[in-house]
Design a protein around this ligand. Sequence first.
Ligand SMILES: NC(=O)c1ccc[n+]([C@@H]2O[C@H](COP(=O)([O-])OP(=O)(O)OC[C@H]3O[C@@H](n4cnc5c(N)ncnc54)[C@H](OP(=O)(O)O)[C@@H]3O)[C@@H](O)[C@H]2O)c1
Length: 339
Amino acid sequence: MSRLWNVAVVGATGAVGAQMIECLEERDFPVGEIRCLASSKSAGQVLEFRGKPVVVGELKHDSFEGVDIALFSAGGDRSREFCPSAAAAGAVCIDNSSAWRMDPDVPLVVPEVNPHAIAQYTKKGIIANPNCSTIQMVVALKPLHDAATIRRIVVSTYQAVSGTGKKAIEELRKQVADLLNGRPVNSTVYPHQIAFNCIPQIDSFEESGYTKEEMKMVNETRKIMEADIRVTATTVRVPVFYGHSESVNIQTERKITVAMARNLLKKAPGVRLVDDPAKGIYPMPSNTAGEDFTCVGRIREDESVENGLNLWVVADNIRKGAATNAVQIAEILVQKYLK
Ligand SMILES: NC(=O)c1ccc[n+]([C@@H]2O[C@H](COP(=O)([O-])OP(=O)(O)OC[C@H]3O[C@@H](n4cnc5c(N)ncnc54)[C@H](OP(=O)(O)O)[C@@H]3O)[C@@H](O)[C@H]2O)c1
């Protein structure tokens, strides 16, 4: 029998953590012991893995004894504080927060795009999982970049509330119910009402006027693609529960026609081409949520510039945008690197 690995899930009671546990199960990851960790208020709560109960423990510095892989999704502060302890105890951390993404000694990995970067995990014992919006965009763009060299990306996002975690899912649900019942709404997670609205602010603003989320898309894309691509982003929160959508405009060095793009995307790993506009077929959160694929459609030449192309890219932000990507990294780690 091949080796089993002890896996800690930090933030196991959250939106991403719960999906990580599900992904480990679905993908039949060779788990020996699973250790579910969260804050003190969840300690003692009982989750389930492969039909067996798992009691949630409180995240502490000594929580990682005997752990081989620690999947972190408990927010940046916890990752900053606890990844080094986990790494010191011998675990390789795969971190979903933004804490380590731009650290030059931490690889930022999307398995379909730069799996070779995983080798760099030895520097700090940490591998960063990119931002959800970045992951789906680079999965769709990598085959086009390899074929025609992308020079510039203009992206606008339509991001689901699950990207903000379980409290945001509850806020949208409650606001919709309140509004339909003629009650006033209360916003605590978002700066404005999210039900029946679009909020052109994700994360806080920087001095430049861009939000941190927008700059994550700019900087992470360049790091993952290992290319000097000019990127500009506008990120918007929309009242959708699961599934981020993106309007992506690219300019390439060499011309890429719609037919070429479709052919490349049809064969691309992790991509599903959903592009038959005459039949009203294109990706939407409603037909993508629950999938691990990044779905691409509405491919059109941008006639306003030379070598321009428009795409519509949708993926499940909790799965490919977070949990699935992390578990895929763990799979490569145990297949190629850990002994
Ligand atoms: N949602 C997404 O699409 C997405 C995508 C990519 C990355 N991420 C990142 O993943 C992380 C988690 O996101 P989420 O959406 O799952 O959030 P969430 O639903 O709010 O869950 C947060 C998790 O963190 C735990 N936690 C909070 N404070 C803690 C503490 N002091 N000590 C230990 N555990 C603590 C929570 O435990 P309790 O239940 O005990 O509070 C819960 O398990 C964030 O860093 C986020 O940026 C999220």
